[in-house]
Design a protein around this ligand. Structure first.
Ligand SMILES: [Zn+2]
Length: 163
């Protein structure tokens, strides 16, 4: 990301992906894993594999950008990153939220829920950042070890979040 070092960019991506995964787990879902790919050229990419739908799905999707921005703020780096860059990295997530067909009120509820859950479980996001940057993949068990493992099965429409 423009304005950050390569390492900071990877950490921010890790925080973003772990935001998706941790909010999913807080909702009792079971993300299958998170990963990062650092191509020799160009920006690193990340992804989170999780199944969720409706308001929960929107909360999981919204959590990435919220977590990434929160990580930047905690490191005093948010001033170095433009609003346009932040919007760009979350574009795929926002498009998926739009496709869920929620009402504006439901969408707002989902974003509030994501922020609340991240606030409560932020230490889990932090705990996962360095391992994810180092190993470029955390599986379901690795994620569960960051905190409580999930609850009941949910009916789901599958999606894979991407940046
Ligand atoms: Zn995302």
């Amino acid at each position: 990301m423009f304005g950050l070092t390569g390492k900071q960019t990877r950490q921010e991506i890790a925080a973003h992906e772990l935001g998706h995964a941790v909010v999913a787990m807080e909702l009792g879902l079971k993300p299958k894993g998170v990963w990062m790919l650092t191509a020799p050229e160009g920006e690193p990419h990340g992804g989170t594999a999780v199944e969720a739908s409706g308001v929960e799905g929107a909360a999981v999707l919204a959590a990435g950008a919220i977590a990434g921005e929160h990580w930047l703020r905690t490191r005093g780096l948010d001033r170095h990153v433009s609003r346009a860059d932040m919007t760009y990295v979350a574009q795929g997530d926002e498009e998926r939220i739009a496709r869920l067909g929620l009402t504006p009120a439901q969408e707002e509820e989902a974003r509030d829920q994501a922020a609340r859950l991240l606030d409560r479980a932020w230490s889990r996001v932090e705990a996962g950042i360095d391992p994810l940057v180092e190993r470029e993949h955390l599986g379901q068990r690795d994620l569960a070890r960051l905190g409580r493992s999930g609850g009941g099965l949910r009916r789901a429409v599958g999606f894979i979040t991407g940046r």
